[in-house]
Design a protein around this ligand. Structure first.
Ligand code: SUO
Length: 449
């Protein structure tokens, strides 16, 4: 094999907690103020990474961020020494402190949009960190994310890094959660599929009535331009606004694609037949047959999809060409979803194996297997140019588990976020992590920004 899809999973940060920050994400708001277990969360994520590494898939690690984000708190007027800044925010504005303490960078499907070299005008892999500007706690991620991505993909002959789009609702960008790429082989030209929630400038497009549409058409179009994609190999589609109102806050809660296969719900896109037709035609022009595996509403409702995260799964290509589907345990415990999966595996279609992972700590904030990973399709020479210290191995797995056990708490409530020791614990842990992953200085406390 000359090309791979590598998955870079977010390592859960030491402040993982449930603050109910994401209106429109029913798991997040439903679990507000439940106590979290950051150590278990990080271990669950690492176990998934290790399992996929053991199965032969290319697996990397994306580092968490400095939290609480003292620089963001200062920008909002909390002053004094770092400990004082946190203490004042805890007293005067606990909700803002919680937002500045979220471990949300763990969901690396939202870290950036990535276009592989075979699709871009200059033949490099392009990265644009997502501005995530629909939610304050996520809007503070992109600068650090950009620095970490540069430290992981440093060689400018292979990798091009763009800044995030303007931080404004018109260009609301949620990264790879709303982006899928279809192809025959990862190093061959493919079709990039951008799914938006609303158009910001063009009021003719429908909009959800209740929950926010986070991604705009204009943001998706800007990314396609920045990455130098060719219009014949790009498809834009609108997510069905009714599903957003039912809790499908990102496209990766209702569909997932890999190679030439799209696994999706019957109610995923506006004008679904046209969208599937365009994907099929544009892939046919590349000599590739497009396969859509559509799950009917009568088999799995949108509500069951949101509850089980069936579509927030990973589809991974096995050496025999068949697909492994990686699902969260919630799929196993939702009877109709599990029954559907059994039938799917027997159907003779492209997906013939399932693996189940316990990711409850992340799931309670609305993050499943697909949310936790950023996909980067790479050829051999690009893979060789990735910072090797971020790639999963038996040794790195052991080191990171030891690092988690040493630095992470096993219980965190929203009140604990005001504990000044938490900031020190986080910084000590991250300083060590940048050495383990050989990232250099990427955090504000290391850069004095
Ligand atoms: N791709 C999955 C993203 C989940 C993320 N949840 C959160 O940020 C919840 C955090 C909290 O409520 O504490 C979000 O909604 O963007």
């Amino acid at each position: 094999m000359n090309a791979f899809e590598a998955n870079f999973d977010g390592l859960v940060g030491p402040t993982h907690n449930y603050a109910g920050l994401s209106y429109g994400n029913v798991a997040s708001t439903g679990n507000q103020n439940v106590a979290s277990n950051p150590r278990e969360a990080a271990r669950q994520g690492l176990a998934k990474m290790k399992a996929l590494h053991d199965l032969g898939f290319k697996q990397g690690v994306l580092a968490p961020h400095e939290r609480p984000d003292v620089a963001a708190l200062r920008q909002l007027g909390f002053s004094g020494g770092d400990g004082e800044v946190v203490a004042k925010a805890a007293r005067q504005a606990p909700a803002i402190l919680a937002a500045c303490s979220s471990a949300s960078p763990m969901w690396t499907a939202n870290a950036a949009t990535v276009s592989p070299a075979a699709d871009t005008a200059d033949g490099r892999v392009h990265f644009t960190p997502a501005n995530l500007n629909n939610k304050f706690h996520r809007s503070i991620e992109h600068a650090t994310t950009g620095r970490i991505l540069r430290a992981m993909f440093p060689d400018e002959r292979h990798f091009a890094h763009h800044p995030a789009l303007p931080a404004q609702m018109h260009f609301g960008d949620e990264g790879a959660a709303n982006h899928t790429r279809f192809c025959q082989e990862y190093d061959q030209p493919g079709v990039e599929f951008f799914v938006f929630g609303q158009a910001a400038f063009d009021t003719r497009y429908p909009r959800p009535a209740k929950f926010p549409a986070r991604q705009t058409l204009e943001a998706s179009e800007a990314i396609a331009r920045l990455h130098g994609l060719s219009p014949e190999r790009v498809v834009f589609a609108q997510q069905d606004p009714d599903t957003i109102d039912q809790g499908v806050f990102h496209n990766d809660v209702i569909s997932v694609g890999n190679r030439n296969v799209l696994f999706h719900h019957q109610q995923s896109f506006v004008d679904q037949a046209r969208v599937l037709g365009e994907l099929s035609a544009k892939l046919a022009a590349l000599g590739t047959e497009f396969v859509a595996v559509q799950v009917p509403e009568e088999a799995v409702s949108v509500e069951e999809a949101v509850k089980s995260y069936l579509f927030n799964s990973q589809l991974l290509s096995k050496p025999d060409g068949k697909l492994l589907i990686v699902v969260p345990e919630e799929c196993h415990t939702t009877p109709r979803v599990w029954a559907y999966l059994q039938q799917l595996l027997q159907s003779g279609g492209p997906i013939d194996e399932v693996r189940v992972f316990d990711l409850k700590q992340s799931m309670r904030n609305g993050g499943g297997p697909a949310c936790l990973r950023l996909r980067v399709a790479l050829n051999q020479s690009e893979l060789a140019a990735v910072n090797p210290a971020v790639m999963m191995s038996d040794a790195l797995f052991a080191t990171l588990n030891g690092w988690v056990d040493k630095h992470y708490r096993d219980r965190l409530s929203t009140e604990d976020l005001g504990d000044p020791r938490l900031l020190d614990e986080c910084r000590t842990a991250l300083d060590e992590l940048t050495q383990i992953l050989r990232l250099g200085s990427v955090y504000p406390f290391q850069l004095a920004v």
